[in-house]
Design a protein around this ligand. Structure first.
Ligand SMILES: [Zn+2]
Length: 217
């Protein structure tokens, strides 16, 4: 479904915004802690340990037990030949590049290979950007940008940012007044993902300027 092929009247009255969602805290894997003697959550220290042995490189991202601070080294490179390492990755590792490290702390796929339990955190920062203004708007079109994976469900995100209940959102969805692209019956219960679009018909909402006001444009 492409919203832009819908009736032109509706489209002209759509206020378009982009929400960029950034989780505040990186996922924490549960690892057996030798200090505590049991499974514990570990948080990233955001520091890399790099070891060169001739042409071979080892690299680890250092995590710390949230209870006792004991370290756990998460392997990033395992005796890899310098020829086989992406030069951008090697540069990031050698310089402790904070952006590269931050992205790596959200690498759920890699974390799942090391741990069966990973805590994810709901606190988010939502940066709102106006893409297209429309006078007398009757539809709100939200495009999500989610650079790091978040476990936050779409209905929780919309409810907290639009100040409506999840029951109200479900009712709008059932009545076809809230649509998503990609469109699925359970869209509202799924993780918020990059590229997702949400179109909400707010023509029946009398005080929509107050209800749907952008707060941080
Ligand atoms: Zn510990």
């Amino acid at each position: 479904m492409d919203f832009r092929t819908e009736d032109q009247d509706g489209m002209c009255k759509a206020l378009r915004v982009r929400w960029t969602i950034t989780p505040r805290t990186a996922p924490q894997p549960w690892i057996r802690c030798s200090g505590c003697g049991s499974l514990r959550a570990f948080r990233s220290s955001n520091k890399i340990r790099l070891n060169a042995n001739g042409r071979k490189f080892d690299a680890w991202l250092i995590y710390k037990c949230v209870t006792c601070d004991k370290t756990w080294n998460r392997p990033i490179l395992d005796r890899q030949n310098v020829r086989d390492i992406d030069p951008a990755v090697l540069e990031a590792l050698q310089s402790n590049d904070p952006d590269w490290i931050r992205a790596e702390t959200f690498n759920l796929e890699a974390l799942r290979q090391k741990s069966r339990r990973i805590d994810e955190f709901a606190e988010l920062d939502v940066h709102k950007q106006l893409l297209r203004d429309a006078p007398d708007w009757t539809h709100l079109e939200i495009e999500l940008s989610v650079p790091f994976p978040t476990s936050t469900r779409l209905d929780r995100l919309l409810a907290s940012e639009l100040h409506v209940s999840r029951t109200q959102l479900n009712r709008l969805h059932e009545n076809g007044l809230l649509r998503t692209n990609p469109d699925r019956a359970d869209s509202l219960r799924r993780r918020s993902r990059s590229g997702m679009q949400i179109m909400i018909d707010v023509s029946a909402v009398a005080d929509r300027d107050r209800l749907w006001k952008l707060r941080s444009c």
